[in-house]
Design a protein around this ligand. Sequence first.
Ligand SMILES: NC(=O)c1ccc[n+]([C@@H]2O[C@H](COP(=O)([O-])OP(=O)(O)OC[C@H]3O[C@@H](n4cnc5c(N)ncnc54)[C@H](O)[C@@H]3O)[C@@H](O)[C@H]2O)c1
Length: 148
Amino acid sequence: MSTTVGDLLRRKGSQVETITAQESILVAIRRMSEKHIGCLAVVTKTGKLSGIISERDCLWKVIAAGKSPKTRLVKEVMTSVAKMHTVTPQQTAEECMGLMTSGRHRHLPVLADGKLAGLISIGDIVKEMLDSQQATIASLEKYITGTF
Ligand SMILES: NC(=O)c1ccc[n+]([C@@H]2O[C@H](COP(=O)([O-])OP(=O)(O)OC[C@H]3O[C@@H](n4cnc5c(N)ncnc54)[C@H](O)[C@@H]3O)[C@@H](O)[C@H]2O)c1
């Protein structure tokens, strides 16, 4: 049976680090640095998902463009929810991998009944794939050596 996004969130936790669109890029960079993560979900004051901002957005669109992270705002470089992929807890890890690869995304927000319910990164998916492959190999080894 395929691992679902819900399974992954039960293992890694469903808390999402967020920021609002009106905050500065400097605040976003500091929050990502403090939490050791590469993106923040952008939410409204009521907690509704409005987009996502990644370390790459900050680096490419602000720092490399010679703009000041102190004065530039999240809303200027974020990807809005209408232009990005989200997933539901029922979708599988394989579907996430497909979306991340085809859309060149490294993070996917999870929405349950339209509400922000977690966030999955490319590293979470790679770890799941490795764990799953290792379990298959261990099971095959037991079968071959007759210790099944
Ligand atoms: N051992 C593990 O379980 C594990 C899981 C994921 C990533 N990693 C490693 O961490 C490094 C960076 O990972 P990455 O490229 O996937 O991205 P990342 O640094 O953004 O993500 C690292 C972890 O933080 C979580 N995360 C990221 N942004 C979040 C947010 N806004 N709110 C809540 N959680 C958030 C991700 O889901 C992931 O579990 C890689 O070397 C990767 O292999 C390890």
